[in-house]
Design a protein around this ligand. Structure first.
Ligand code: CS2
Ligand code: MN
Length: 357
């Protein structure tokens, strides 16, 4: 496995490149132009600016997360072709600075959803938390109205300045079924995969987080069966998945090691992190250790080791520990600890393989 670390960019991240290069075994940063709106072509000068910043640290730029997909593409609107062309141009440009994998997602309206960003755990650390009943019982339009009249009520992703757009989007998605979303994803993939192939880039879709429908919006990248369908739908080595053990692991029915084995050659990028799922469906992000959460991370690593995994891995989210002030889920300390857990498990497996040989 090739270890990489997400970096939000200069002035946009509390973690520095100097710190990142000191984490054992980290060879590159996972980056994006976070200020370019979804659907727009990424400007070359901004791409080169990131390269200029990162190069002196000896870290590579081979993994981008994410090039976001415009909602018109997910909705299948006639305007989608313009945004798809921009996406194709962005893929080509990224190839020129050595990008090998692009992570993206196909979740309507929201990226990951949580009800609390800094939920306190027993040991005094805080972590991202999802309270299932709260989301299940929430009428999104009602919430839009409530936040509009009381901005203190906001939830992650529901910032007051997004509210107007949110109600428009909920309207647009009325009547859009999962099958519609499948068709729109297929249309998108058929247009971009040939460009990705020519550019030497493997596309890696990120699973939905949480992996089920929320607020009545359709979600499809949720399970082993659906990932199988997605990979067959455009059956091409450049159409792959970012196998995120934490997102998929929020549904305990998802068997992550089984997915690693089945999709082995279609996983250019792996997110490895743990979650603890409670009987009522709530979940919290924990340390990487198998015994701290519901996902058996040591088994996940064993599965990757077994398939001889040579793709990129990042620890994904971490808890907030040792009083660190950072972006929710993206501190230095716990993610670095997570990396050491992953290396520890990996090196032990390597050692015993050599011992047995
Ligand atoms: C998240 C997402 O779980 C995760 O990796 O941090 O924001 C993720 O980066 C996107 O869904 C990928 O498109
Ligand atoms: Mn992830």
């Amino acid at each position: 496995m090739r270890m990489v670390f997400r970096w939000y960019g200069e002035g946009n991240d509390t973690v520095t490149l100097k710190q990142i290069r000191q984490i054992p075994g980290v060879e590159g940063v996972v980056w994006a132009l976070h200020d370019v709106p979804a659907g727009e072509e990424w400007p070359m000068d901004k791409i080169l600016e990131v390269k200029r910043q990162v190069d002196p640290y000896g870290l590579h730029l081979e993994v981008v997360e994410s090039v976001n997909v415009h909602e018109d593409i997910k909705l299948g609107l006639p305007t989608r072709d313009r945004y798809i062309e921009n996406y194709q141009r962005t893929i080509e440009k990224l190839a020129t600075v050595g990008v090998k994998t692009i992570c993206y997602n196909f979740m309507p309206v929201f990226d990951w959803t949580r009800t609390e960003l800094f939920k306190e755990m027993e040991d005094g650390s805080t972590a991202l938390f999802f309270e299932k009943a709260k989301i299940d019982n929430m009428d999104p339009m009602e919430l839009v109205r409530r936040i509009a009249s009381n901005p203190d009520l906001t939830m992650p992703g529901w910032e007051p300045e997004r509210l107007g757009r949110l109600s428009e989007l909920f309207e647009a998605y009325k009547g859009v079924t999962e099958e519609d979303l499948w068709r729109n994803l297929q249309y998108f993939l058929e247009a971009i995969i040939p460009v990705a192939e020519r550019s030497g880039i493997r596309m890696a879709i990120h699973p939905d987080d949480p992996p089920w429908s929320i607020f009545g919006l359709p979600r499809i990248v949720t399970s082993q069966a659906n990932i199988r369908r997605l990979l067959k739908m455009v059956d091409h080595p450049n159409n792959g998945v970012t196998l995120c053990s934490g997102s998929l692991g929020a549904n305990p029915e998802n068997d992550i090691p089984a997915m690693v084995r089945e999709f082995a050659d279609r996983i250019p990028f792996a997110h490895i992190r743990n979650v603890r799922v409670y009987p009522n469906g709530d979940f919290i992000e924990t340390s990487h250790r198998s015994c701290d959460g519901t996902v058996d991370i040591a088994e996940v690593v064993r599965a990757y080791h077994e398939i001889g995994y040579t793709g990129y891995v990042r620890p994904d989210h971490g808890r907030h520990i040792w009083d660190e002030k950072c972006r929710p889920g993206y501190g230095l300390y716990d993610r670095a600890l997570g990396i050491m857990y992953l290396w520890g498990a990996w090196d032990a497996l390597e050692r015993s393989k050599r011992g047995n040989a």
